[in-house]
Design a protein around this ligand. Structure first.
Ligand code: SAM
Length: 244
């Protein structure tokens, strides 16, 4: 039964203290195939969603980015390519970081730190921009991580979160459910050998708060001008907030 000591892990209810261990197991298991799986399961569309995030963020040459739960560094890399000054990836999982470090070894304005989004090892008011892409769903104490993001942003800074969200069209949802519940775990099994990991990923999307609820969470930690945009009928949503 759900209570204050428990939390969802996909469709399972687990102890809060166990969720991070289970999430780490998922990403340890898929790290080396993570980017390939993203391409297969989203039919390559995750690249365009990430580009939409970067376009909305519109990086400038005087801006430094913290990408929280940044995984293998896609967003950080795109931020630099789009004209940002530097990017720093924070992720709790060293395996994910290692894959990204190898891939982007020629970038000296891209840094990496293994750290939890719930305790980011950075002083207050450090970064002009903060992003989190497909991270928030996996975090045990989401409010704490949003407070941390707010804390490390400079006044005048902006946060954008990209996350799998809730589809708003009933007809489209039927196809999406079929694809995600039936095919994604099977593809996960074939490509990474870990069907469970992809079952968790799909289940965790359906348990995630709605677009309006995430906006409410952003506002309650202090973000201003909070807005969201649905992409692909709400398969994913971009949430934006400012620190003033
Ligand atoms: N941001 C990348 C992307 O868009 O491709 C990676 C997203 S991946 C679905 C989720 C990432 O969240 C994993 O790299 C995982 O290690 C990381 N993660 C999970 N819990 C975390 C936490 N508490 N703090 C920081 N990172 C976390």
């Amino acid at each position: 039964m759900e209570n204050k000591n428990n939390i969802d892990f996909g469709n399972k209810i687990v102890k809060k203290s166990d969720k991070q261990i289970l999430v780490n197991k998922v990403f340890n298991s898929v790290a080396r195939k993570y980017d390939l799986m993203n391409d297969i399961t989203s039919l390559g569309i995750h690249r365009s969603w990430k580009n939409d995030l970067i376009n909305w963020l519109a990086p400038q040459s005087n801006q430094n980015l913290a990408d929280i739960a940044g995984g293998t560094g896609d967003i950080a890399h795109k931020f630099i390519k789009a004209g940002g000054n530097s990017a720093h990836v924070f992720d709790i999982n060293k395996e994910m970081i290692e894959v990204g470090k190898k891939r982007y070894k020629n970038y000296n304005n891209l840094d990496w730190t293994a750290a939890s989004a719930e305790k980011i090892p950075v002083s207050d008011d450090t970064f002009e921009r903060v992003t989190m892409s497909f991270g928030l769903r996996n975090i045990t104490d989401r409010n704490k991580s949003l407070e941390e993001i707010y804390r490390i942003l400079k006044p005048g800074g902006r946060f954008i979160c990209l996350e799998l969200s809730h589809v708003d069209n009933a007809f489209f949802k039927k196809f999406y459910d079929l694809w995600s519940f039936k095919f994604m775990p099977l593809i996960g099994q074939k490509v990474t050998g870990d069907k469970e990991a992809y079952t968790y990923l799909v289940e965790s999307i359906r348990k995630f708060p709605t677009q309006a609820e995430i906006n409410q969470m952003l506002s309650s930690v202090g973000f201003a001008r909070v807005k969201y945009r649905n992409l692909c009928n709400g398969i994913v949503a971009l949430h934006s907030g400012w620190k003033f």
